[in-house]
Design a protein around this ligand. Sequence first.
Ligand code: HEC
Length: 138
Amino acid sequence: MSETVPPEALGWSARWLAIARPRSTLAASLLGALAGFATAAAILGCGPPRTLTAVQRGEVVYRTNCASCHNRNPNLPGALGPAIAGSPRALIEARVMHAAYPPGYHPQRVTHLMRPLPWLEPHIGDLTAYLDSVSVRH
Ligand code: HEC
């Protein structure tokens, strides 16, 4: 015996499901399409990932690791450290890696408050580029 029951015979919930299912499928695909558009718009809007220059990376590293003691403007002395804009790479490397100085260098200050920050080794070139780019002594 065939058990095909028409939705009308099953009450309102079955009838609603019979009607709603195709609609929800449509709604789901519309939502999917919208999500797809949103993703595409977000990607297109932001463009490809931005590649920072050495100067830009150096600025970020300086502001997060050095500016608190030196100065947000490296041409000016800071709370603890002297002005260091335009410092040569050898000096920056000696300070950041070992809190030392290149041979024969006469330090601006002798408080020994600066600690080495050796984990910044990959950014010594960036710091040098940034400190050179902002120097007013060009
Ligand atoms: C805790 C504070 C502090 C932090 C953080 C700090 N410095 Fe210093 N820096 C000093 C002080 C103070 C001196 C002066 C030497 C001394 O007394 O230690 C100095 C000296 C220097 C000098 C030598 C200046 C000269 O011509 O005699 C350079 C270059 C330098 N710092 C670079 C940096 C860089 C780059 C960073 C960040 C990666 C940094 N410092 C982070 C406090 C700090």
